[in-house]
Design a protein. Structure first.
Length: 129
């Protein structure tokens, strides 16, 4: 059975704020996600990260344990954790390139107060594009 977990976290330091930081995250996470058969999408905005991950329960739980130990994140808050019939993401790690437009489309300018419904709406909008 497949699951989708969406969390928001506060990025520490320059995490997600520079091209180099994003490239490093995408490279390492992409490799790990391919190994673990996880697909995902991530966006960074104003010091916050929204990450949707899909895969088997055991693989998602293992990834979340690593993320809770990762010093580049703090205040991790799970917004959605549910079984799914099929994947919405096709890549191990994809980056949302226009987070401001996505947040504007759902009427939520701040990721730190985002709800599960808003997070799912971002996934829907990203997949429709």
């Amino acid at each position: 059975m497949l699951y989708r977990l969406i969390y928001v976290s506060e990025a520490v330091g320059s995490t997600g704020a520079s091209t180099l930081s994003i490239a490093q995250i995408l490279g390492i996470a992409g490799r790990n996600n391919r190994r673990d058969h996880i697909t995902s999408g991530i966006l960074f905005h104003d010091g916050w990260c929204l990450h949707a991950i899909e895969g088997a329960r055991v693989d998602i739980d293992r990834l979340m344990r690593r993320l809770h130990e990762d010093r580049r994140h703090r205040n991790i808050r799970v917004l959605v954790d549910r079984p799914i019939a099929e994947r919405r993401f096709c890549e191990p790690m994809s980056l949302s390139r226009n987070p401001s437009a996505l947040l504007k489309a759902i009427g939520s300018p701040r990721m730190e107060t985002m709800t599960g419904r808003e997070a799912e709406r971002i996934v829907d909008i990203k997949q429709a594009a």
